[in-house]
Ligand binder design. Structure first.
Ligand code: FES
Length: 105
């Protein structure tokens, strides 16, 4: 298992998202209700960076066409998005936030 340290917990407030680098892959890291989650960085509908989107009610809204995905499951929630986002496994040790490298799955 290849855990990559991507952030410190205080870098993200609740309902915030940032782009992080996991072994050369862009990943969107979220903090929701004091838990951390990660998904692929790009919207499945077009070329939009989800870290530039808006987090609300456990969903990320794409900045380009306002499609929404559930942050925990990656599920596409409303048009125009129809393809779910891939999620990534996250763990927290103290203030250190790690994402499991997609290459170690
Ligand atoms: Fe994200 Fe179209 S690019 S909804």
């Amino acid at each position: 298992m290849d855990w990559i340290k991507v952030a410190l917990a205080p870098e993200l407030g609740n309902d915030e998202v940032k782009m992080v680098n996991v072994a050369g892959c862009g990943v969107a890291l979220y903090r929701v209700e004091d838990e951390f989650f990660a998904t692929d960085a790009m919207c499945t509908h077009g070329k939009a960076v989800l870290a530039e989107g808006f987090v609300e009610d456990g969903c990320i809204e794409c900045p380009l066409h306002q499609g929404r995905f559930d942050i925990r499951s990656g599920k596409a929630m409303c048009a125009p998005v129809t393809v779910d986002l891939r999620t990534h496994t996250v763990k927290r040790e103290g203030d250190d936030i790690y994402v499991l490298s997609p290459r170690s799955k």
